[in-house]
Design a protein. Structure first.
Length: 195
């Protein structure tokens, strides 16, 4: 699968950049109360929405998605499309995708986004914190196999210089408070996907 993902940029010229990362299998991520981390993340960047749409319907992408659907647990797939550029920095990366309970107000989502961004300012071990909302780039809200809502509403990319820096963040009181006070009240149960 990794080889197939890594060859997509040669087959689909609309892909600006493609990065695949494997989970570090740290204890905190494997025993998270919302479910263990995923095993892999794939980030693909595009210059425009038209480039993304060309990629999304390209036969090489569709073939790869069919292989993924046959090989992975359907509950483990999660996706988000967003318009904020992602520059991959060296170090350790924590990627979290969330979806919200039905009826969640947009103003509450914006407050959550702000509280997550504040973690990047409050916790010195965070090298970069980026939080993007799916509504910044509207996309279909169903996965390849139908209405399983595999697309998520919020993406957080959190970068660290080392595993040790990530582990400080993971247990930091500000991070834990953000989860309890800001994320959990809005979180659709079972929707957290992380690596």
């Amino acid at each position: 699968m990794l080889k197939a993902i890594n060859t997509l940029p040669q087959k689909i010229p609309e892909i600006l950049q493609s990065t695949v990362g494997s989970d570090l299998r740290l204890p905190g991520g494997q025993s998270h109360p919302a479910g263990k981390n995923r095993s892999m993340a794939w980030l693909a960047d595009f210059q425009t929405r038209a480039h993304f749409e060309a990629f999304e319907s390209h036969s090489a992408h569709l073939d790869l998605m069919a292989k993924f659907e046959a090989a992975i647990d359907p509950e483990s797939f999660a996706a988000i499309q967003y318009a904020q550029p992602s520059i991959v920095l060296p170090g350790v990366h924590h990627i979290v995708m969330l979806d919200f309970k039905e009826g969640t107000k947009h103003e509450d989502i914006l407050k959550l986004q702000t509280s997550m961004l504040d973690l990047g300012r409050k916790i010195k071990e965070v090298s970069r914190m980026a939080v993007a909302l799916a509504d910044e780039m509207p996309a279909k809200q169903a996965g390849q196999s139908g209405g399983d809502r595999s697309n998520r509403s919020l993406l957080a990319l959190v970068d660290f210089t080392s595993i040790e820096a990530y582990q400080v963040y993971e247990k930091h009181p500000e991070h834990l408070a953000c989860i309890e006070q800001n994320i959990k009240p809005l979180l659709l149960p079972g929707s957290r996907a992380a690596i």
